[in-house]
Design a protein around this ligand. Structure first.
Ligand code: PEP
Ligand code: MG
Length: 327
């Protein structure tokens, strides 16, 4: 099977009825970029910049950040990379940064990601400059994590734009283009899509956090791990409702949580209209194989019926359908 997946490296992830799906990988360290060549993925749909901070004993200085981002862009070549600004805090506590944060009872819902970065403007400014200078002469894709309200996106973007103006004022080379996006992982943001979508180029659904917040179930608690299924009507209906507004606004919509790397889950996502996935590199082969055996029109019809009248065992129903249709 492994060899069969490797053979799919240069085969496009196109469904049986001819729809090209974009399959990207999630990454976080310099060496992860090798996954692009190994898997034949379309790009890096989520580069978790906090990994560099997590493996470092002290706050990585701007020059060090910039060096990493440039190496990643060099290695990716023509393939797009979406850099997510630091998602620190929560389960990714940093002793040298969050020490004054006290003990949080619910760190996942606490002072993390953009909430922390907007307050610690210096941290975000340094990262903005590192990213903008690393991408000189190229396209820079920036994505903000844990956006809960549309104005938070505005503030984060304004901070980047101020750095861009600063670099320009010094006569230094800028990216050809800066494209901004947000993660949809806090359910409240879904109620502000009309405010948010006109402002950005892409949106990426983080199903890891989204699931924990939709179900109020800690993603790190093993007792709950099996309890709430990604294939539940709540998750799938939630995602299905985001597809239409994104299409109308011309915003590229992707799923970058672990859900997209599981075969049945990815099949269901295609069925509700998702056509961009960013997944763990090991899943690219199996997901490509699934996509090439899938009829998108047929899964869309099946999902519409299933979500209108969901059975208790969604997983069983989807697995049966996959077997019946040869997926
Ligand atoms: C997510 O929440 O689904 C996600 C992709 O981000 P992370 O797992 O890094 O929180
Ligand atoms: Mg997340």
């Amino acid at each position: 099977r492994k060899a069969a997946f490797a053979a799919l490296r240069d085969v496009p992830p196109t469904t049986r009825d001819g729809h090209r799906v974009t399959v990207m990988v999630n990454a976080g360290l310099r060496d992860d970029v090798a996954a692009l060549d190994i898997t034949g993925a379309d790009g890096i749909g989520l580069f978790r910049t906090e990994f560099q901070f997590l493996v470092s004993a002290t706050l990585p200085q701007r020059e060090r950040q910039q060096r990493l981002y440039k190496e990643v862009l060099d290695a990716a070549g023509d393939r797009p990379v979406i850099f997510r600004t630091v998602d620190i805090g929560g389960d990714k506590a940093l002793p040298y940064l969050t020490h004054d944060n006290g003990e949080e009872e619910n760190p996942a819902m606490g002072w993390r990601a953009l909430r922390l970065a907007l307050e610690r403007g210096g941290l975000m400014k340094a990262q903005a400059r590192a990213l903008l200078e690393a991408a000189a002469g190229r396209t820079l894709n920036v994505m903000f994590p844990m956006v809960s309200e549309a104005w938070e996106f505005d503030e984060a973007k304004a901070l980047f734009e101020a750095q861009r103006a600063w670099i320009q004022g010094r006569g230094r080379k800028l990216p050809l283009e800066v494209r901004y996006g947000a993660m949809l992982e806090v359910p409240a943001l879904a109620e502000q899509l009309d405010l948010l979508l006109p402002k950005l180029e892409f949106l990426s659904i983080g199903t890891n956090d989204l699931t924990q917040f939709l179900f109020a179930a800690d993603r790190a608690n093993p007792k709950l791990a099996e309890r709430y299924d990604w294939l539940s009507p709540s998750i799938l209906r939630f995602i299905a409702r985001v597809v239409g507004p994104c299409r109308e606004a011309g915003v590229a919509l992707a799923v970058c949580g672990e859900m997209g790397g599981r075969t049945l889950e990815a099949m269901a996502l295609i069925g509700v209209g998702i056509d961009r996935l960013s997944i763990t590199p090991a899943a690219v082969g199996p997901i490509k194989a699934m996509l090439r055996s899938l009829d998108r029109g047929a899964i869309e019809t099946f999902m519409t019926g299933l979500l209108a009248n969901p059975p208790r065992d969604m997983r069983g129903a989807l697995a049966d359908w996959a077997t019946r249709t040869g997926v």
